[in-house]
Design a protein. Structure first.
Length: 156
């Protein structure tokens, strides 16, 4: 495995841990409070992160492992987030699911031949998407939202 691929896998794991730490640092009912008007609460952010890692990155990576040049549909983030929020999931359950998905993706990718990281599918509007690109976004996305949650926890 190339050092870059190993770093991507390590970042998947560390970004999930960073997300858990950010949530654990927020106390009481503050997880459900938006830090400012028109901003997401930590709970809304976690719902978004879970939906994206499972239904976008995770699903697309899995399809690329088994299909030749799949076409990826659009993802209606807002619809998924609204529907998920109505189920009343707890922050703990959301974080557990995110961490588990990151870990599962890491396990799948750590056995992947380096040449297979370039397997590609296509999104009609966004263009080509490889395993390597999607795997990198898993860590980017979780780190971005972990920082957002941590900052929101400090401002309240």
């Amino acid at each position: 495995m190339t050092p870059e691929h190993r770093a991507t896998i390590d970042r998947m794991r560390s970004s999930a841990a960073a997300l858990r730490r950010a949530v654990d640092a927020i106390t009481g009912d503050r997880l459900g409070q938006a830090p400012a008007p028109d901003e997401w609460s930590a709970l809304e952010t976690l719902t978004h992160v879970r939906d994206v890692v499972v239904h976008v990155y995770g699903l697309r990576i899995r399809r690329l492992l088994y299909e030749e040049a799949p076409v990826f549909p659009d993802f209606d983030e807002e619809r998924y987030r609204r529907a998920s929020l109505t189920r009343g999931e707890t922050a703990r359950d959301l974080v557990d699911t995110i961490v588990a998905e990151h870990e599962q993706l890491a396990r799948l990718l750590q056995t992947l031949a380096d040449a297979d990281w370039s397997r590609e599918g296509r999104h009609p509007a966004l263009g080509p998407m490889s395993i390597e690109m999607l795997a990198g976004r898993v860590g980017d996305h979780a780190e971005e939202h972990a920082a957002q949650i941590a900052a929101a926890g400090r401002t309240r």
